[in-house]
Design a protein around this ligand. Sequence first.
Ligand SMILES: Nc1ncnc2c1ncn2[C@@H]1O[C@H](COP(=O)(O)OP(=O)(O)O)[C@@H](O)[C@H]1O
Ligand SMILES: [Mg+2]
Length: 301
Amino acid sequence: MKFSEDILRQFESGLDPQYPERSVIPATVVGFGEISSIFKVNPYNEWVFKRMPLFDKEEEALHYSESYKFYTSELKKAGLLLPKDFIRIVNSKKVVLYIAQEAFEKADLCQNKLHSFSNDKVLKMLEKIFLEIRKVFLFNDKNYPETMLSIDGQISNWALKEDQLYYFDTSTPLFKIKDEEQLDPELLLNSTPKALRWIIRKFFLQEVMDRYYDIRLVFIDVIANLHKEQKPDLIAETIKLANKILPDNFEAITRKEIDKYYVEDKFIWQLFLSLRRMDRWITTKLMNQTYEFILPGKIKR
Ligand SMILES: Nc1ncnc2c1ncn2[C@@H]1O[C@H](COP(=O)(O)OP(=O)(O)O)[C@@H](O)[C@H]1O
Ligand SMILES: [Mg+2]
């Protein structure tokens, strides 16, 4: 279906982020991002729309859009397959940027295949994911210090369609040019409670941003996530796979590291989510204002 420019404007003006199904143009939530909410908007079901309410000024959104385009085109140069996409900036009460992306079927999301596939097929899929991630780091080695790309390789960021892997979590365009981070970290903080930003800035932000530039940490993150996905029985085999694909100059990943990383990471994200819930409560109930982000319900870990 051809995309009408006005639809997102209408959608935005009639949206209550806490009750998207009650919007003037009904929408369903297909995913919760840290900084975006992901919708399907009737009747454009072949697209998902990632809504990013992070900007005070249109210039900031335009700058973000440029960074996004650069980042995604570099990922393609590195050899990754990305879904079709386009960006729209809607300037109404506030400046909201939408990334529209080709929608994958639920069954094609690797996170779902993790549960529908046999263990053998899951391991083959994980191997493919590690190989894709390695492409990004080979690209970085070749292009350093001109460009370095980050990647969040978690299984929930990939789709497998007709035996091809697609990477779709492109909405946080973290990349460095001559060792300098190009994304203003304050933008990421816009989705966090104001009163607590100094804590997040001091203790988490740098660590969370740095981990995606280190292939070993990206691998560890992917493997440790198997705990969260209730697949701990696959961890031992996956560590072996990852160590085969990890470039030679890195120390092998160990089980102990995976378990430790998981405990710490779970702590960070749970704390973060409860702080955001508290902030939502204060914003909507005490201050009677709109809370722009949609938070997940209970996450089983
Ligand atoms: N193109 C897409 N098609 C189908 N589902 C998607 C698509 N993009 C995102 N999702 C769903 O939304 C979730 C979060 O999206 P993602 O882009 O990974 O954002 P985040 O940066 O917040 O992790 C995904 O794990 C997936 O379930
Ligand atoms: Mg993601």
